[in-house]
Write a protein that binds this ligand. Structure first.
Ligand code: MF3
Ligand code: CO
Ligand code: CO
Length: 256
């Protein structure tokens, strides 16, 4: 649990979040055509690092709590925080989440997508499609006066209606000039519960949805979280701001 107070960002700060968010979205767009059988996750990492520096930004993950690389690459049964590696070569039928967080002018843009490598199974494609819809449904709950629990409830209802499960151990988070801060945003929950959303709150929604059990297992590298049953996991993430009228997605390639 995050115990800090939830900050309300000024319009000037939200403009900085918009710029960082746009850069994050463009970075994912830049990486997308490289996601093909035969590329290593380290090659994706190195291209992300090069592109981020070229655009005057820094990679938030690099050195964060000792994390060794610039992006997270989570393949198949990896739930999150997969570490790019030269020996990990993408193959036809894989799914891979790429999670990027550039820091631009001090502010963070945190976004991720799960990409299909070649032609994954129909069940894998369904998981990815449902997870993407979970993010959209979570975002659709956001407006002043709504509760944090409304977001998780919408996501959980949808994911479980397909027999999939929602990861509990990793949650969305407040984000600004700090990478991870209050509030926690669980992707499961009960409508009407939790803190009330107010204009100027900025946080991520980043559901991780599993084919089987939601239980994770930690690999010995201390970062990689995999599904306990080694079935597939998918994830999508946006950074959003609560506005006077509803919600603004900050991590879009063509935002204001
Ligand atoms: N980008 C991840 C998130 O969505 C956090 C990665 S932290 C790292 O919150 F250290 F693993 F990079
Ligand atoms: Co992220
Ligand atoms: Co995040």
């Amino acid at each position: 649990m995050k115990t800090e107070t939830i900050v309300i960002l000024s319009h000037r700060e939200i403009e900085k979040m918009r710029r960082a968010g746009r850069l994050a979205a463009k970075l994912l767009q830049h990486l997308e055509p490289l996601v093909k059988p035969g590329i290593s996750t380290l090659q994706l990492n190195d291209e992300a690092e090069r592109w981020t520096q070229k655009h005057g930004a820094k990679s938030a993950p690099l050195g964060y709590k000792g994390y060794p690389k610039s992006i997270c690459t989570s393949v198949n049964e990896v739930i999150c925080h997969g570490i790019p590696n030269a020996k990990q070569i993408l193959k036809d039928g894989d799914i891979i989440n790429i999670d990027v967080t550039p820091i631009l002018d001090g502010y963070h843009g945190d976004t991720s997508k799960t990409f299909l490598v070649g032609s994954p199974s129909p069940q894998a494609q369904k998981l990815v499609e449902v997870t993407h819809k979970c993010l959209e449904l979570g975002i659709a709950e956001v407006k002043p006066g709504a509760k944090i629990g409304d977001i998780g409830a919408a996501i959980q209802e949808y994911a479980e209606s397909f027999g999939f499960s929602v990861v509990r151990d990793f949650v969305g988070h407040g984000i600004s000039n700090v990478f991870h801060t209050a509030p926690d945003i669980p992707h499961y929950g009960i409508r009407g519960r939790g803190k009330k959303l107010r204009p100027g709150m900025v946080f991520t929604i980043e559901p991780m949805i599993n084919e089987g059990t939601y239980e994770p297992e930690m690999l010995s590298d201390g970062w990689t979280a995999v599904t306990k049953d080694r079935l597939l996991s998918a994830q999508f993430e946006h950074t959003i701001a609560v506005t006077e009228s509803g919600v603004e997605i900050l991590t879009l390639p063509e935002n204001l």
